[in-house]
Design a protein around this ligand. Structure first.
Ligand code: PRX
Length: 700
């Protein structure tokens, strides 16, 4: 690490990095789309200008129903922990359900599409959602004894029980912390411990890739591991994928595990008054990877978050109540929280939840779903688009669906992939928004406003209303429009969707996100606290941002963040391993995948099954999504004289890039040894790679 930087800082290795790419031309929205759009008034940008900050965000908060209106729009007295809509009282469950009943009680809130195609999609109306959420809230309160402010960990896949659980928690002010269903029991345990949850909510099983997966077994590992780490889980509430049937090898533990569908019988017809929550009380935690080993619990607020996701769902997603909206992300990530559950339901939309993988049983599946449900807004990640394009480039045209609007999120999208999405998936009719944002930001930061700004393939677009980005180089100099150089993209101002802090670790919150460009650490003025996103970006002359990827030790695998330290510490749980270093490798489908280099402890013979053990340890500690592409056993790591592992050199080797000068290393000879091990004898290096890889780990 360079002197004067905190360990969590993202760093540009060179002060200014020139980036060359072919600027794409504009693609314009159709008149038909514009005619129906929620936002066609260009004055919105004026209304959300910094001159009108922070009061402009009243416009989003007014999309919601408040018990008490707030007295202070933005309170900065505890900078940089911003408080929005202070004095306001609100309930997220009420806003996503109860208030819609009068007009929309018989409308589909959720379409659940099970993975097995012979199982018909199920519709949950707003009335039915109301009933289920109330009954489960009664169970949480009276049976699980949970109350406002308690944390509860959810480890649930994509079935309707997940939003029911989230909204039942929200009804009572219980802070839910959902762990992505594909994460391992150990990962879940870490999040149980960090959040201090006494209750775990899970499901017996779910479908994925044609198999009914036994999920409850993870709960046993999670509870046991959490207990070893000092956090006792008193109750495990187990939903059933098929109510009345239990599909798991793991027998329910008496007195600890309870089958939700059995207990719920006691709460038939129960109604639970929504708790009037102070706007700034937390709604949920969402853990995400950082540059140190421990995932951080991003704490999101009730009023500010809900206002922001409602506003952006309306104007960027362009959701109207009559739309059938399908976001194919997993609710276990922030995209699902904001843009499957809270945003769309706050607007009384019909939100589709699909249980399985997009290419099962074949690449026509998503388009059959779209046809059957008459989906008109579609939302997914570049990884999925690449996958569907590879597996079935001509599939979409076989199906009779028509999207008016499509979203991409999570990683940069290559222009040629964008064009396939537009022309083939969108049939040339749909507009695309490339939305750039993060777990921490709650909602979109950059995107085109669909009826107002043309699209540009490969660029996220300008900032959305009320977001004012700035790109700084290492010397805090602003890199303006058309500078042709990339830098650290920051946001100048707070916004209501931003997370409030890292759960239980304010210092880490401040040092990771605000210390780098803070102008005055004592200041209570938001202008002194630009938010550091950790991404590299470039601003074109027309004000469109191109996001280049992470500048810190985070790898974006298929749109999911993995911290290299997390992977490395999982590898180090294998007793034979002395050192481990993880680097990103370019992958045609997933964007980036991890390669892991390990060295063995003295006396351990190579050729034992160290590689398999490392892969297994990573799957166990984190989950299958983190599985490395390659595990290389190397004689030693390339190191600086001060002993720092040069991950950049390993990244260059994994990606067959120019390795550069290594003579200043403590052990330069090992570099060629490793290169031959990975690439073979012949030298094939190309000169320059993508920015995030060329500079990976090179922070000083
Ligand atoms: O590097 C950026 C990338 O994903 C990171 C955030 O990951 P996560 O917190 O898991 O949230 C993903 C869903 C919002 C960012 O720091 N990223 C996200 N969206 C884009 C993107 N990179 C390029 N273009 C995007 N549209």
């Amino acid at each position: 690490m360079a002197k004067g930087k905190s360990s969590e800082d993202s760093g540009l290795s060179e002060a200014q990095i020139a980036v060359h790419w072919k600027e794409e031309g504009y693609v314009y929205p159709s008149a038909q789309f514009i005619a129906q759009a929620n936002m066609t008034d260009p004055a919105i940008f004026e209304r959300f200008s910094l001159d009108n900050f922070p009061e402009c965000f009243k416009e989003y908060a007014d999309l919601l129903s408040w018990y008490d209106y707030w007295h202070t729009t933005l309170d900065t007295s505890d900078a940089p922990c911003w408080k929005w809509f202070v004095g306001g009282k609100i309930n997220a469950s009420y806003n996503c359900i109860d208030r819609h009943l009068k007009k929309h009680k018989n409308k589909a809130a959720i379409h659940f599409v099970p993975e097995p195609e012979d199982e018909a999609p199920a519709v949950i109306t707003y009335q039915e959602l109301y009933v289920r959420v109330n009954e489960f809230a009664a169970l949480l309160r009276d049976f699980a004894k949970l109350k406002k402010g308690d944390r509860v960990t959810l480890h649930m896949p994509m079935t309707p029980e997940l939003p029911v659980t989230m909204l039942a928690c929200a009804r009572l002010g219980i802070i839910h912390s959902e762990v992505f269903g594909g994460f391992s029991g150990q990962s879940c345990a870490d999040r149980i411990v960090d959040s201090g949850s006494h209750v775990l909510i899970t499901i017996d099983s779910y479908y994925r890739n044609g198999k009914l997966i036994d999920h409850k077994v993870n709960a046993d590992i999670a509870v046991k591991t959490a207990q070893e780490k000092g956090q006792k889980v008193d109750k495990v509430l187990v939903w059933q994928r098929y109510p009345g049937q239990y599909h798991s090898k793991s027998e329910p533990v008496k007195g600890r595990d309870f089958i939700v569908n059995d207990v719920l019988k006691k709460y038939r017809d129960a109604r639970v008054e929504p708790v009037k929550m102070p706007a700034e009380d937390p709604l949920f935690l969402m853990y995400t990877s950082g540059t140190t080993g421990k995932p951080k619990g991003c704490q999101h607020s009730t009023g500010g978050y809900l206002a922001y996701v409602a506003g952006t769902s309306k104007y960027v997603q362009d959701i109207h109540p009559e739309d059938v909206y399908w976001c194919m992300a997993d609710i276990g990530w922030i995209t699902g929280h904001s843009y499957i559950v809270y945003g769309p339901l706050a607007l009384a939309a019909s939100s589709v939840i699909y249980e399985g993988v997009p290419t099962y049983p074949d690449a026509g599946r998503p388009w059959r779903i779209a046809e059957r449900l008459d989906v008109n807004i579609f939302h997914t990640a570049p990884t999925t688009i690449r996958m569907l394009r590879k597996a079935g480039p001509d599939e979409p045209q076989k199906y009779n669906y028509h999207f008016k609007h499509m979203t991409t999120v999570g990683e940069p999208i290559e222009p040629e992939v964008w064009r396939w999405y537009h022309k083939v998936v969108g049939k040339g009719e749909a507009i695309i928004v490339d939305t750039w944002w993060q777990t921490e930001t709650g909602g979109f930061l950059c995107s085109t406003l669909p009826a107002l700004q043309p699209m540009k393939p490969g660029s996220a677009g300008p900032a959305v209303p009320g977001i004012h980005p700035v790109i700084y180089d290492d010397e805090r100099k602003e890199l303006g429009a058309g500078a042709g150089k990339a830098g650290n993209i920051c946001i100048r101002n707070p916004w209501p969707g931003a997370f409030q802090t890292i759960w239980g670790d304010r210092d880490r919150y401040v040092s990771t996100y605000y210390a780098r460009y803070c102008k005055n650490k004592k200041s209570k003025d938001w202008r002194d606290w630009p938010y550091l996103t950790g991404d590299g970006a470039l601003l074109a002359e027309d004000g469109y941002y191109r996001i280049l990827g992470r500048l810190d030790d985070v790898i974006n695998v298929a749109g999911h963040r993995l911290g290299t330290k997390e992977l490395e510490s999982a590898a180090l749980t294998v007793p034979e391993i002395a050192e481990a270093a993880v680097v990103p490798v370019v992958d045609d489908l997933k964007g980036r995948v991890p390669d892991i280099y390990v060295s063995l402890k003295p006396g351990v013979k190579s050729g034992n099954d160290a590689q398999a053990k490392v892969t297994k340890a990573i799957e166990q500690e984190i989950g299958k999504i983190a599985r490395p592409k390659n595990v290389y056993v190397v004689p030693d790591m390339p190191k600086t004289r001060s002993g720092k592992i040069m991950r950049r050199v390993l990244a260059a080797i994994s990606n067959t890039l120019d390795i550069g000068d290594v003579m200043t290393l403590a052990n330069p000879d090992v570099v060629e040894e490793i290169r031959v091990l990975v690439q073979g004898k012949k030298k094939v290096a190309t000169k320059k790679g993508p920015e995030d890889i060329a500079r990976f780990g090179d922070d000083g």
